[in-house]
Design a protein around this ligand. Structure first.
Ligand code: XMP
Length: 511
């Protein structure tokens, strides 16, 4: 790749990925690596950013990498813990802070650096989140800015392109954070801003053609954004040698299989729809435990997919829609600085019996970049804006055992809810929404009759990545209409409740 690259060394902050995304928003390519694994190709990176951390520089498990290959060797921006560690590493002193250093603060310039703070006015709002403070700056440090509570809020090292800030430029509440990152990366480090969705598409298509030649590739489509964008990219690169398989596990949303299959065909994809509803329902019969259900669904998927893939002669590659957050090696925030690889729900579940080579065209992209690339490829915005939907589908939204009748009921309820959200212009304001079929029956009256029927729970959450989430304050009038519609139209349901739990402690799904 010919693009300039930024190395982000991760010390375990919850915001590290956000730094990566902000840099990418400037059309500059960034990679995140654990603090203790400075990549051997460090020379290929034109600048380095040190992230924040939940750890203390003074702690027993302190994260103390050797920065001598970096400091003074290439442009360096140290953020929060990074700024403290840079001070500590360079002979300064870090101590516990005795004032509150969380939340909003305003920068006062001491010797505001003209380039570093270019286009940023004194007094700008920044976001602090730390409990240690830099008591003494290291040798050759020049104090650039302070806040009311934090004396050493920004400093640089004289004679080097080394900068350190105690606040977080990557979070939304630091008003000029993106400008500051741009000042550092473009004006100081001299990086080119040429990493764009368009350039990604062109280079990836070329690289895929080179890698795959005339080989055949099989890919499982799910109806979701990632697998769709991966398919369209591969289709652009190798055309009909991409064989897509779209499996109906019987646990999709109402009419989803037919609609999405049509859409895929309309996009010119070489796709085969396989309706395996009965096979999945059979495999799920009588299973109550959520993890057992997930396993049964996963295994049935592998069998069906494997059967279908075997029907394609001489297939060499398996394509997956893996994205960057699935492969970033993360520094664990609990249990010490051990490095673990995050495993994604769906990664690794595909047929190893086939022993195929794996191709993952999206593995350098964050989710928002996948959408931008999808838009560049001309994929329908409605498809790109779809809520996430779990692999096991309605199977983990029907609490307890699964039957065809329960799936039918939940599909009807879900369709009324989701179509209602769209109709009321609420769909795009919600990160994910769906309905749960509860394993209780409750008493109701319909006409003069007492009924004893099912209860459904509606769930709508806002979130950025599904790791934390809050319930959405949907208008009462919308909830009222939706509840009426569901009870009047869906036979077998006489009660609707709305889930007002946040994650944590509740999860988004009920199973
Ligand atoms: P939870 O329920 O853990 O969900 O708060 C977080 C996000 O993950 C999705 N999810 C799954 N996705 N297979 C998937 O592909 C699963 O088994 C699974 N379980 C939860 C969930 O829909 C939400 O977006």
């Amino acid at each position: 790749m010919q693009h300039d690259k930024v190395l982000i060394l991760d010390f375990g902050s919850q915001y590290t990925q956000l730094i990566g995304r902000r840099v990418r928003e400037l059309n500059i390519y960034s990679e995140i690596h654990p603090f203790n694994k400075i990549p051997s190709n460090i020379n290929e990176f034109k600048a380095v950013i040190l992230s924040g951390s939940p750890y203390s520089v003074r702690g027993e498990e302190a994260l103390h990498p050797d920065l001598s290959l970096i400091r003074g060797q290439k442009p360096l921006l140290a953020v929060c813990y990074g700024a403290q560690y840079l001070a500590h590493f360079s002979g300064g002193e870090v101590a516990p802070s005795n004032t509150r250093e969380y939340g909003r603060a305003n920068l006062a310039y001491i010797k505001g650096d003209e380039i570093f703070f270019s286009k940023i006015e004194e007094g700008t709002q920044v976001w602090m989140s730390h409990s240690d403070t830099i008591k003494h700056l290291p040798d050759k440090a020049v104090l650039m800015a302070s806040t009311n509570d934090v004396k050493n809020a920004a400093y640089r090292i004289d004679g080097e392109s080394t900068y350190a800030i105690q606040f977080h430029p990557e979070v939304y509440h630091t008003k000029d954070g993106k400008q500051l990152l741009e000042n550092f990366l473009v004006k100081i480090a001299g990086l080119n801003q040429d990493w764009t969705p368009q350039s990604f598409v062109e280079e990836t298509v070329e690289a895929l053609q080179l890698k795959l030649g005339k080989d055949k590739v099989v890919l499982g489509l799910s109806g979701g954004v990632d697998s769709t964008v991966a398919a369209v990219l591969l289709n652009k690169a190798i055309g009909k040698n991409l064989y897509c398989i779209f499996v109906n596990n019987g646990l999709l949303r109402k009419n989803e299989f037919e609609n999405v299959l049509n859409q895929y065909e309309g996009m010119g994809l070489n796709v085969k729809g396989v309706d395996a509803t009965n096979r999945f329902l059979e495999a799920l019969k009588g299973i109550m435990d959520p993890e057992e259900k997930r396993k049964a669904i996963g295994n049935a998927f592998i069998e069906v997919f494997d059967d279908e893939a075997h029907k394609i002669e001489d297939v060499d590659w398996l394509a997956q829609g893996t994205i960057y957050p699935d492969v970033i090696e993360s520094v664990s925030a609990t249990g010490g600085p051990s490095a673990t690889i995050k495993s994604h729900h769906n990664v690794g579940g595909l047929p190893d019996v086939m022993k195929l080579n794996i191709v993952e065209p999206l593995k350098a992209l964050f989710k928002d970049e996948v959408r931008r690339v999808g838009a560049t490829l001309g994929i329908d915005p409605e498809l790109l804006g779809r809520h996430p939907f779990p692999g096991p589908g309605l199977g983990i939204r029907i609490l307890g055992d699964i039957t065809a009748e329960k799936v039918r009921i939940l599909q009807e309820v879900d369709a009324i809810f989701i179509n209602g959200l769209k109709h009321w212009g609420l769909y795009d304001k919600v990160w994910q929404a769906g309905a749960m079929l509860l394993p209780v029956e409750s008493v109701g009256v319909m006409g003069d009759e007492r009924t004893y029927e099912k209860c459904v729970a509606l769930r709508a959450v806002e979130s950025t990545d599904g790791m934390t989430a809050d319930w959405v304050n949907l208008p009462y009038e919308f909830l009222q209409r939706t509840s009426n519609d569901i009870i009047n139209k869906v036979k077998g349901v006489n009660r609707v409740v709305y889930d007002i739990s946040s994650k944590p402690p509740a999860t988004i799904e009920w199973e």
